[in-house]
Design a protein around this ligand. Structure first.
Ligand SMILES: *[C@@H]1O[C@H](CO)[C@@H](O)[C@H](O)[C@H]1NC(C)=O
Ligand SMILES: *[C@@H]1O[C@H](CO)[C@@H](O)[C@H](O)[C@H]1NC(C)=O
Ligand SMILES: *[C@@H]1O[C@H](CO)[C@@H](O)[C@H](O)[C@H]1NC(C)=O
Ligand SMILES: *[C@@H]1O[C@H](CO)[C@@H](O)[C@H](O)[C@H]1NC(C)=O
Ligand SMILES: *[C@@H]1O[C@H](CO)[C@@H](O)[C@H](O)[C@H]1NC(C)=O
Ligand SMILES: *[C@@H]1O[C@H](CO)[C@@H](O)[C@H](O)[C@H]1NC(C)=O
Length: 386
């Protein structure tokens, strides 16, 4: 009567029951894998990645592992059966072939539409969601969903750095911890989270910091929100949202305006800025040295493009720190504490939402501008000079 999803895993279904979802839009088509119908429901959005990879070389291979046959999400549930002691689970697979470096915004728009429908619609009984994703661009898809997911329930991104066949794979631990966090009411009202390597951090501020090791996702400046002990999340702070985090509606969006990111270095002559716009870019993000300082040539190009309605967002090239707004707004918009990968996505969503240039500036600079230049002492410091 029910599809036997454990047949491939060679597990007996006797211990688990598959409860067909009640017919409400939140549950559309979801099949719940459940040991205990009183447990919170957590949906798994699977876009693949190393967490579902295996190596056919050896148990030490964490370099070329893509060639083995990895587990399905259902098999991973069988392998980490403790997850069914904290939640009932359902799986939605998203097409994401060819590794996460080949993905684009279609994926996060799709995941976001599912997440909003299934978690945020009225009467939804789903407690939270986790997303499996390749780590190479996890921060991009996660950020895209974070800025477009419009309710207080936890959305948690995870993955792994080691294939499932590694002598000590990190994916199984990350999986358990992500489910435990998504099932926990303590994870609500914080914005999207990354659960990785025993730590919890905010999607808004996190990036991959190491190309090879499991301790890779970090909000280097803003820090961890919590950690796992005995598999359970412990938060260091009460719930709070990242400062200035917006929410965009992408219910009916399938394509976003193109925004390109450029890396400014010595000798950067701005021809790529014009080339990007000639190729259809509706906005630019430039990683500028120091506190996002552009070269004279790039500033001149940004000014010309600004007059044509093309915004340029300047992001600091150093790993941490803020792109500092100028006291007097000019034709370059500074990213504040929003990172390069994130600024590109935030700008795409803002242009798509029809933001004016001033609204875009306020989106990126508003909170920092208010904190720095809104004070009396700095009014005197910066504005009495002119
Ligand atoms: C994990 O699951 C796979 C298939 O689902 C099974 O072949 C394998 O033995 C399991 N591994 C462990 C360590 O439980
Ligand atoms: C691993 O898979 C690759 C590609 O399928 C194949 O060429 C290679 O021979 C396999 N290696 C082993 C040890 O099975
Ligand atoms: C969105 O994801 C669903 C579920 O995997 C898939 O069936 C559909 O084709 C995807 N849509 C787009 C536009 O990628
Ligand atoms: C994203 O990639 C998919 C698969 O290659 C493709 O079908 C889709 O059109 C792409 N979307 C965008 C916005 O480029
Ligand atoms: C988010 O949801 C609230 C209702 O809960 C609604 O008022 C608001 O317009 C929504 N925002 C976006 C950006 O969809
Ligand atoms: C999305 O499209 C539907 C169907 O055309 C429409 O009813 C709805 O208002 C649209 N939502 C938004 C936020 O544009």
């Amino acid at each position: 009567m029910f599809p036997n999803i454990f047949s491939k895993a060679g597990l007996t279904t006797a211990f688990y029951t598959l409860a067909l979802a009640s017919r409400c839009s939140a549950n559309d088509g979801l099949e719940w894998i459940s040991k205990d119908p009183t447990l919170p429901k957590v949906v798994i959005y699977s876009a693949g990645g190393t967490i579902l990879s295996a190596s056919n070389y050896s148990r030490l291979d964490n370099i070329k592992y893509g060639r083995g046959v990895g587990p399905t999400p259902q098999q991973l549930i069988g392998n980490v059966s403790e997850v069914l002691d904290v939640a009932q689970l359902a799986v939605v697979k998203f097409p994401a072939t060819g590794g996460s470096s080949g993905l684009n915004s279609s994926l996060y728009l799709n995941i976001s539409q599912y997440a909003n429908r299934q978690l945020c619609s009225e009467g939804s009984d789903i407690a939270g969601a986790i997303m499996f994703h390749g780590t190479n661009t996890l921060e991009e898809t996660a950020f895209g969903v974070d800025l477009t997911f419009n309710c207080s329930k936890p959305f948690i991104a995870t993955g792994s750095m080691r294939p499932d066949t590694y002598v000590s794979p990190d994916g199984r631990s990350n999986f358990y911890q992500a489910v435990a966090a998504a099932a926990s009411p303590a994870s609500r009202d914080r914005g999207g989270l990354i659960v990785f390597n025993d730590r919890i951090s905010s999607i808004f501020y996190s990036s991959k910091t190491n190309a090879n090791t499991p301790d890779t996702f970090k909000a280097l400046e803003q820090g961890n929100l919590g950690a796992f002990l005995g598999g359970q999340p412990f938060y260091y702070f009460d719930p709070a949202y990242p400062t200035g985090r917006p929410t965009f509606d992408v219910t009916n969006t399938t394509v976003l305006p193109a925004v390109l990111t450029l890396w400014l270095h010595q000798g950067f002559d701005s021809t790529l800025m014009y080339a990007a716009v000639a190729n259809g870019a509706k906005g630019l993000v430039i990683l500028g040295p120091g506190a996002a300082q552009l070269s004279p040539a790039a500033n001149k190009a940004a000014d010309e493009l600004y007059k044509k309605g093309i915004p340029t967002i300047a992001v600091p090239r150093p790993v941490t720190g803020s792109g500092m707004p100028d006291p007097y707004p000019g034709s370059v918009i500074f990213s504040s504490y929003v990172g390069g990968d994130q600024a590109r996505i935030m700008l795409q969503l803002a242009i798509n939402a029809g933001y004016s240039m001033d609204q875009i500036r306020d989106l990126f600079e508003g909170p920092l501008r208010k904190a720095i230049f809104g004070t009396k002492v700095n009014q005197m410091t910066y504005f009495a000079q002119e």
